[in-house]
Design a protein around this ligand. Structure first.
Ligand code: CP
Length: 372
């Protein structure tokens, strides 16, 4: 079923609700990575490449015309983003907001429950209807799984899921796969046919759930999983992968998962989602230089959605890997801006040509951005 365009709104003013099987596009909510097939993903990544020079202030990358130094864009002039984050965030909120600002739009924001009228008992539905009346698109993060779909059902503008509890984090999975394509491409490889180790808290990590679901649009991927006891991947996510024909291997140790892999995707233990005792096995580092050396994987592509928990015994990625050639964690954060720009452009129906004609020479010096 195809959703109508924005200008075909229904009598009550709401958009056609997002439904299972609907691909992401103009006027659509973005709630799940299941809204992408391979052509939709290729279109989004091509658009992300197009706007990379605007996002990252870089010459010589992406679109040839934009890469000649015309790096200030006003395609979303007059548009307003409603940014609603009811859970802590650094990179998702700020990169979504930066993406909207770099396209010439404006941002209104509320963070936490304390500073919204939800603290007075206002429902998700009322909040969404009200704020969507002030905005052209909403980005929402909320601690309850399924809550962003509730926002979407009551909204009169497209809603982008920025993380719903342990559910999904689709924009993170999109920037992760975009980055993985680039990192493996630089080594002459592709995501199709690759071997990826996915390790850490696989039960609560919504970035992992979205990433593994999105991998189903690729071909012939081997996924090697390692999770500590009680933090294993939900069966439903595992079924997504195997039903797409990918090979799934559950490993007993992180070294076993890493051995022979092209890339590793590792995650923080989501302590805020663990009820009861944190398992005793969770201590020390999950991955550090010695673990990579033992697995003969010192040159592996290293990915992490961040934040990395740098506290002692946090069972996360050690900073002693930060000078290794495969470290891609800050490429992920940088790519988050242009991938999220592509999400906004798609939801608001803007073509690459509209971006080009609204882009002009910047009047200020951005040379400090050139060497990332
Ligand atoms: N990756 C991610 O979601 O980071 P934040 O929680 O800082 O937004």
């Amino acid at each position: 079923m195809t959703a109508p365009d924005l200008d075909q709104s229904r009598p009550n003013g709401s958009l056609h609700p997002y439904g299972e099987g609907e691909l992401f596009g103009k006027g659509k909510h973005l709630l799940s990575v299941s809204q992408f097939d391979r052509p939709t993903l290729v279109d989004l990544f091509t658009l992300a490449d197009t706007v990379a020079p605007i996002a990252q202030r870089q010459l010589g990358r992406g679109d040839r015309q934009l890469a000649t130094g015309q790096t200030v864009c006003s395609v979303l002039d007059g548009a307003v983003l409603g940014s609603l984050f009811f859970e802590p965030s650094t990179r998702t909120r700020l990169s979504f907001e930066s993406a909207f600002l770099r396209l010439g739009g404006e941002v209104t924001t509320t963070t936490g429950f304390t500073f919204s009228s939800m603290a007075k008992g206002e429902s998700i539905e009322d909040t969404s209807r009200v704020v969507s009346g002030y905005s052209d698109v909403l980005v929402v993060r909320h601690p309850d799984e399924g809550s962003v779909a509730q926002f979407a059902a009551a909204s009169v503008v497209p809603v982008i899921n920025a993380g719903d509890g342990a559910g999904e984090h689709p924009s993170q999975a999109l920037l992760d796969l975009y980055t993985l394509e680039k990192e493996l491409g630089q080594r002459g490889g592709t995501v199709d046919g690759s071997t990826i180790a996915v390790v850490g808290d696989l039960r609560h990590g919504r970035t992992v759930h979205s990433l593994l679901k999105l991998l189903t649009v690729y071909r012939d991927v081997s996924v090697r999983l390692f999770a500590p006891e009680s933090l294993e991947l939900p069966d439903e996510t595992a079924r997504h992968l195997t039903s797409a024909g990918h090979r799934l291997t559950v490993c007993d140790t992180v070294v076993e998962a890493l051995r022979g892999a092209d890339a590793v995707y590792t995650t923080r233990v989501q302590r805020e989602r663990i009820t009861g005792e944190v398992p005793a096995s969770i201590q020390g580092n999950l991955i550090d230089r010695s673990v990579l050396a033992e697995a003969d994987a010192l040159d592996i592509v290293i990915m992490h959605p961040l934040p990395r928990d740098s506290r002692h015994d946090a069972y996360d990625l050690s900073s002693d890997v930060d000078d290794l050639p495969g470290l891609a964690i800050f490429h992920q954060t940088d790519n988050g801006v242009n991938v999220r720009m592509a999400i906004f452009l798609t939801a608001l129906g803007c073509s690459p040509e509209m971006v080009r004609v609204t882009t002009k020479q910047r009047p200020w010096d951005a040379t400090l951005h050139w060497n990332r």
